[in-house]
Design a protein around this ligand. Structure first.
Ligand code: FSO
Ligand code: SF4
Length: 520
């Protein structure tokens, strides 16, 4: 097998041999390559037709999302997906007998071509996850769907570095549209997020833990568990769900259990409750809780109960009642000992205080903004982000989003002018909101985003982070600090290009980086 799409890849070069660090086995990696090859061939077939149909778009989105890190470990599910893609191609181009694209061509290509194509491929894999969440809420964007085909065709058949580079940046541009679509889908369906305190205490009695990013699954589960004496707790990227008016109205949506994805094997060990995975990050379950793992949509693990599109959560509900939960209320804490966390500082909430923020900057009460955001992961070097946030000066604001925030979201950093210094903007896709805030501040000060006293300090793990990074590059955002390590799929030349043109730099130490960023 060969896979180097995520941050934890072996030796910062690539997972080979029998299995990857994430637990993905070689035969699964091979099937994912086959699926990607089938998608490239389907995109080629679409190329010759006019515009992509809704059905083709959904198949491509589902196929791409299936190959994101920690989504599907289930060979049978991936084989089904491959058949679906091939059938769609057959439908569109029944007489096409050209051979399917072989991913080995990509992995063995010249290193700069491979690097650029990987940026595109991993970028659209991440973007497909966001498009998928919008689709389940009946929101779609024809331009976004069309671009998946364009990008897949380039991965298969484009060999010019200039053309590939422009597709890399276009991936960022289209991802901005895709995140805007999801933002619209989420807020029109569930209301505008409002700042909300979330308890970390789990009440006695039966409960279910819901993890991942899909708000629709949470909504359906809340409906089906209402009045059944079962409480619902979010985990990981589902935490921001508490801020949506339409979801927080359910009184049995009680609080948040646990932290980020890489701690699940510890946190779920012997948990007296079932867990519903709506998206990644799924880690191979330990035997102590394997019988309580339930998956849905594209997430799949062999042996875990999969809730299909009928969305009948009865097996999950019965499991929660059978396990019974804790006998007494359990007070848990965040990583730094905090008993609660706060979420819901989306762009609307923050911009409703725009006047206060602008005045505070003018008066000097706010000297700097840091967006400390992105994924969490298992590497020890990720403590950098906790230390960074702790060391930010008291006249600075820290905006955060995605699962990396669990390293510091229980800290009390105090307030400036009635606003908390630490504000959680939501899931990784809410990077869209951070961009909105940055653009609004730049407008208010009549300058560019790069001229604002604002720094981006990002942590990455999987492919959604790749598409967000490409969006920031498309917007011309400079001097991003990226960690804990740089992507293995950046060749020296491509990395050089990013350093020279965008000033991307690896994280160093919190002390040095804070000093450098505040003086930039
Ligand atoms: Fe995290 Fe996993 Fe949201 Fe990712 S739970 S790592 S970038 O799937 O998507 O932040
Ligand atoms: Fe390795 Fe990451 Fe690929 Fe898993 S997804 S095989 S850990 S590079």
């Amino acid at each position: 097998m060969f896979c180097f799409q995520c941050e934890q890849t072996v030796g910062c070069t690539g997972c080979t041999g029998n299995a990857g660090v994430c637990g993905k086995k070689a035969d699964t990696a091979k099937l994912q390559d086959e699926l990607t090859g089938a998608l490239i061939s389907l995109a080629k077939a679409v190329d010759s037709t006019e515009t992509i149909s809704k059905r083709t778009g959904q198949i491509i989105i589902e196929g791409l999302f299936t190959t994101v890190t920690n989504v599907s470990f289930d060979n049978a599910a991936i084989e089904n997906m491959i058949q679906k893609v091939r059938a769609e191609k057959e439908r569109l181009a029944p007489d096409c007998r050209t051979e399917e694209y072989d991913l080995q061509q990509l992995w063995n290509a010249n290193e700069d071509i491979r690097s650029l194509k990987s940026l595109i491929l991993f970028g659209i894999r991440g973007m497909a996850a966001y498009a998928y969440h919008a689709n389940v809420l009946n929101y779609e964007d024809a331009e976004v769907n069309q671009f998946f085909c364009e990008a897949l065709s380039k991965i298969g058949y484009e060999e010019s570095t200039e053309a590939l580079l422009s597709t890399v940046l276009k991936t960022g541009e289209i991802n901005l549209k895709c995140m805007a679509l999801l933002d619209k889908a989420n807020t029109e369906t569930y209301g505008t997020p409002e700042p909300t305190d979330v308890t970390l205490t789990v009440e006695k009695g039966p409960f279910i833990v819901v993890t991942g990013h899909d708000l629709k699954d949470l909504q359906l589960l809340l409906e089906q568990t209402e009045g059944k004496g079962i409480n619902i707790y979010t985990h990981g990227e589902m935490l921001p769900a508490h801020a949506y008016p339409f979801l927080k109205k359910y009184s049995h949506l009680k609080g948040n259990f646990g932290t980020a994805w890489q701690n699940q094997q510890k946190e779920f060990d012997h948990l007296p409750a079932p867990i519903l995975y709506t998206t990644n990050c799924l880690m191979p379950p330990k035997s102590s809780y394997a019988d309580r793992v339930f998956t849905t949509e594209v997430v799949a693990f062999p042996g875990a109960v999969h809730i299909d599109e009928k969305k009948d959560f009865t097996p999950l509900i019965e499991k929660a009642l059978e396990l019974g939960g804790y006998k007494e209320d359990r007070m848990f804490s965040g990583i730094n000992g905090g008993k609660k966390v706060t979420t819901g500082f989306g762009h609307a909430a923050i911009l409703s205080h725009a006047g206060t923020v602008v005045e505070a900057v003018k008066s000097g009460a706010i000297r700097h903004f840091f967006l400390v955001a992105g994924c969490d992961g298992a590497k020890p070097g990720r403590n950098y982000y906790t230390e960074f946030v702790k060391q930010t000066p008291s006249d600075s604001i820290v905006l955060t989003l995605a699962c990396g925030k669990f390293r510091f979201n229980d800290l009390d950093l105090g307030e400036i002018g009635g606003l908390p210094r630490l504000m959680d903007m939501g899931q990784c896709n809410d990077a869209y909101g951070a961009i909105q805030v940055a653009v609004a501040l730049a407008d208010a000060f009549g300058c560019s985003v790069n001229e604002l006293p604002l720094s981006f300090v990002l942590s990455w793990y999987e492919q959604k982070a790749v598409c967000i990074l490409l969006t920031l590059l498309h917007l011309g955002i400079k001097n991003i600090r990226l960690g804990p390590s740089l992507p293995a799929f950046l060749s020296p030349n491509i990395l050089n290009f990013l350093v020279e043109n965008y000033g991307i730099a690896p994280i160093t130490t919190p002390e040095e980086d804070i000093k450098a960023l505040m003086n930039q």
